[in-house]
Design a protein around this ligand. Structure first.
Ligand code: ASP
Length: 483
């Protein structure tokens, strides 16, 4: 019999159907055994009636009637068993209808249950919110945690958001392009994760902190509108809203000014989140200069919602613009505040080229904030070699150093690279806003723990002697980190 998903059962009243899924709840009332069965589409109640003339095979119970065999199986089954169930879809009598529940007006009269795989008792209860369960236990059994209603919802919301953004971008003639994961260390402002090279002893790849340089090179390649659902990997301090890995909707566009990118992003976000049933406080999104934000809110990430709007799940987006390009390091040198590949605002290009008024130079950076989080950031880029060179000169790079670091970009910019700009939108931060979660790990399928341990699998862990030899590595045992 062909499997039917639980959310379609209402269309099959009076028919005998087959469903597959998990036992969500089992209620043994002696004569009758009730179940809630769950599949990816929802829940339905099933019942084994006392006088059920079942189709069950009376295996292992010689002489037993089929109905008795079914009742035996029903007694044996526990929560989270994977089962296949055949039964008749009945309308519930009026008095038993639960109008507020999915399938609250029907019930499956069970004729046969096949146990596809039993389940041991679960290490924690997944019928409730699991956010208070010990983090290590949740990580070890993440696949069970993910079966819980809240986690299923969060991961589905994530998938839908990405899908809607993708559709919007395709409609607007973007091309989805992957860029390498094994690449060169990039100056994104965090530490790199590095990968030793077996073929080149003593040399290392770096995992990308973002596809920044490759997406700019795609603009040099004539693609004009690029996007990627990109993994960004940064060795930074782990916090509630930060992990080693996050995903960005990474975009870049050619022949654009700030407004063009901001309008495109605003259109995408608005289309996606409104289609998902959310309300946006203010459209177009307010644009607030960095200086004003600092004076008014004391921070460049702020929450524009009133208490009532917070309770009603309103989304308050805003752009922050006119950031200073440079700030001083602890050692007193200049460094970039956001992105070294950015273009200054047009009025300040001359200052940059001459290395004058460095503290006053403003960048074309635009940060998108929502409900107190930074949900994305981008800029118009320096597309001419002399501008990028000037940025690195301000930061104290010698001609040789900058050639070594960004020589490939300078070279590409000498071949008619168009003006371009883009953005990286943090998928997790956006999903946190859409689901009212405050922890990054609640919106990733397999997040790391706060101590940097992977979910379910046990990384980081030592390599074998053989692997170390092949990679030309020796480990300084005195330097072993705890973990
Ligand atoms: N690469 C930047 C980041 O990861 C985003 C961008 O400017 O497009 O923050």
């Amino acid at each position: 019999m062909k499997r039917i998903f639980i959310d379609e059962l209402g269309k099959h009243i009076g028919e005998t159907v087959s469903i597959s899924g998990w036992v969500d709840v089992r209620r043994d009332q002696g004569k009758m055994v009730f179940f809630d069965f769950r599949d990816r589409s929802g829940l339905v109640q099933g019942v084994v009636l006392p006088k059920s003339d079942a189709m069950a095979k009376p295996e292992g119970s010689p002489g037993a009637s089929q109905g008795e065999a079914l009742r035996e199986i029903a007694k044996e089954i526990r929560n989270e068993y994977a089962v296949q169930v055949e039964g008749v879809v009945n309308k519930r009598p009026e008095k038993n209808v639960q109008a507020d529940r999915q399938n609250g007006d029907i019930e499956l009269e069970i004729k046969n249950i096949e146990i596809l795989n039993p389940s041991e008792p679960l290490p924690f209860d997944i019928s409730n919110d699991t956010s208070n369960i010990d983090e290590g236990t949740r990580a070890e059994y993440r696949y069970l945690d993910l079966r819980s209603e809240r986690m299923q919802k969060n991961i589905h919301v994530r998938s839908e958001f990405i899908d809607r953004c993708r559709q919007y971008l395709f409609k607007n003639h973007f091309t989805e392009i992957e860029t390498p994961l094994l690449t060169e260390s990039t100056p994104e402002g965090s530490r790199d994760f590095v990968v030793p090279s077996r073929l080149s002893p003593g040399k290392f790849y770096a995992l990308p902190q973002s596809p920044q340089q490759y997406k700019q090179l795609l603009m040099a390649s004539g693609f004009e509108r690029y996007f990627q659902i990109a993994r960004c990997i940064r060795d930074e301090d782990l916090r509630a809203d930060r992990g080693f890995e996050h995903t960005q909707i990474d975009m870049e566009m050619s022949f654009v000014k700030m407004e063009d990118v901001m309008d495109m992003v605003e259109g995408m976000i608005t289309t996606a989140v409104e289609a998902m049933g959310h309300t946006i406080k203010q459209k177009p999104f307010p644009r607030i200069p960095y200086k004003e934000a600092m004076q008014k809110y004391g921070a460049d990430k702020f929450d524009l919602r009133t208490q009532e709007e917070k309770e009603n799940g309103i989304l308050a987006y805003a752009w922050v613009v006119n950031f200073p390009f440079f700030e001083k390091t602890d050692e007193g040198a200049w460094t970039f505040t956001h992105n070294p590949f950015s273009m200054p605002i047009p009025e300040h290009i001359d200052w940059l080229l001459k290395g004058e008024h460095v503290e006053e130079i403003l960048t074309t950076q635009y940060d998108l904030i929502c409900n107190g989080y930074e949900s994305g950031g981008g800029s118009i880029r320096a597309h001419k070699p002399e501008i990028l060179e000037a940025t690195y000169r301000v930061m104290g790079f010698s001609k040789e150093d900058l050639e070594e670091r960004i020589g490939h970009m300078l070279k590409a910019f000498r071949f008619g690279t168009p003006p371009h700009g883009g953005i990286g939108l943090g998928v997790e931060r956006n999903i946190m806003n859409l689901t009212s979660e405050t922890m990054l790990r609640e919106v990733q399928a397999f997040p790391m723990t706060r101590g940097g341990q992977t979910a379910v699998m046990k990384a980081p862990k030592p390599l074998s002697e053989k692997q170390l030899r092949e990679l030309h590595l020796s480990v300084n045992a005195n330097n072993k980190s705890k973990n």
